[in-house]
Write a protein of this length. Structure first.
Ligand SMILES: [Zn+2]
Length: 435
């Protein structure tokens, strides 16, 4: 990277702090755009979506970027390279939120790269590749129940059957796109040819406590866990709490309890994450033996084989428990996503940048796994994708008390600056990294 202005380390640190402080202010400002007066709620194809895109485009333009909205509603900015035939390195994350969400989830990954562009402008940096920043329109799936709509449109994963997805008011995705001024049938034009891309980097709050425990401001993500979700219905026989003897009971809730403890044991042994988050008990009365119970299971790992083997072992034991207790069990899988490995090349370069910036754990920068899904999963279908996590307070996310520190944002900007300065763009790295 050509830098026409000499700057000392101290000057650079002062600039990083200045831009980090702008990032914090911008997150506050963007976090005010909400469908609710009481909490943050910003969904796809709403007037708040449009307002967020306008504000982000304004910031991009001030950073001397050309801006446009694509056919699915993502907002884009480009810092154009003068190099002929230049490819693009893309930064970005999502601008939609969950209901009652926090102001950093997603937004940080759009605003921090804009701050980085201001820094490059201040330092008169010319790059031999374009930098694109994208604010994805829908990652959380809050409105239509299907996640990653914005990023999946770029990787040609847009499904025609999504036209009929409905929101809480019964408005279909096609109708909502119409009202927003977009055309469902033209979304395909948002697809990005992989040969134009150098890679994708998503900056995101960690949404977990690992960096805080390690006392690190940032960490490079090695993989995004794949998840499977299942729903179970366990049926026994309801009966009077005072008349049915213990040895002959078919108590669905007691059987379910044993299954939940078995899930925890299997997950711990296999080193995967398993959560039973929903539980229904019927008839749920104080003097009735439970006749039916339903529960969910969410199981995740960065290794699909490990996860699936663990799930098989769990299911076998659930069936044994059901048989021993004379219960029936019905199992339905409702969701399956494969784990995605981040690009080794992006990981190495983010790690090298972290080392230059003196963020290290013993002698190597720290890498961690993302348990949550991210736009980077969809982007990995069309280019080398990587993620940089920023520490968040107590790991709290999807909640108004989501918090980050300005000094950690400054460290993230420093790492991204070093990453860009030494970015190896010479070889074509547009390969699929999904697994
Ligand atoms: Zn997010």
């Amino acid at each position: 990277m050509a830098i026409n202005r000499h700057q000392t380390v101290k000057e650079l640190e002062a600039l990083l702090d200045e831009y980090a402080s702008w990032v914090m202010d911008a997150c506050d400002e963007l976090g005010e755009i909400s469908q609710s007066d009481e909490y943050l709620d910003r969904r796809y194809l709403t007037k708040e979506h449009r307002a967020a895109n306008s504000l982000v485009a304004y910031w991009m333009q001030r950073a001397k970027m050309e801006t446009w909205q694509d056919s699915v509603g993502n907002i884009w900015g480009r810092r154009e390279s003068k190099e002929e035939g230049a490819k693009s390195l893309v930064f970005g994350s999502h601008l939609d939120t969950v209901v009652n969400g926090g102001k950093y989830d997603g937004m940080l990954g759009v605003i921090a790269p804009i701050a980085l562009m201001n820094l490059l402008n201040e330092l008169d940096c010319e790059l031999p590749f374009h930098i694109d920043i994208v604010g994805f329109c829908d990652e959380e799936g809050t409105r239509f129940g299907s996640t990653l709509l914005g990023s999946r449109a770029l990787s040609c994963k847009w499904q025609t059957e999504w036209a009929d997805l409905k929101d809480e008011q019964g408005i279909t995705l096609r109708q909502a796109m119409d009202a927003f001024g977009l055309d469902f049938d033209k979304v395909v034009s948002a697809t990005i040819p992989r040969e134009t891309l150098l890679g994708f980097v998503e900056v995101h709050i960690e949404q977990g406590p690992v960096l805080e425990q390690k006392d690190l401001p940032v960490g490079t993500v090695s993989a995004i866990a794949g998840a499977k979700r299942l729903q179970f219905t366990v049926e026994g026989m309801a009966g009077h709490a005072g008349t049915v003897p213990m040895p002959i009971r078919q108590d669905a809730l007691v059987g379910t309890s044993e299954m939940i403890l078995t899930a925890e044991k299997c997950a711990k042994e296999a080193n995967v994450l398993a959560t039973v988050g929903q539980l229904n008990n019927l008839p749920n009365a104080v003097n009735v033996i439970p006749g039916k119970s339903q529960f969910s299971l969410d199981i995740r790992s960065d290794n699909d084989t490990l996860r699936d083997n663990c799930l098989d072992a769990m299911l076998m034991q659930f069936k044994e428990i059901a048989a021993r207790r004379a219960l029936s069990i019905d199992i339905k899988q409702t969701h399956a996503a494969s784990a995605v490995s981040c690009s080794p090349r992006i990981i190495d370069q983010l790690q090298a940048a972290s080392l230059t910036y003196s963020i290290s754990d013993v002698d190597r920068p720290f890498t961690l796994i993302s348990g949550a899904g991210h736009d980077a999963m969809a982007m990995a279908d069309i280019c080398d994708a990587g993620m940089l996590f920023v520490r968040c307070e107590k790991g709290i996310s999807h909640h108004p008390s989501e918090a980050i520190r300005a000094e950690d944002v400054s460290a993230a900007l420093g790492v991204l600056y070093e990453f860009l300065k030494d970015f190896d763009y010479s070889t074509d790295i547009a390969t699929t990294t999904g697994s």
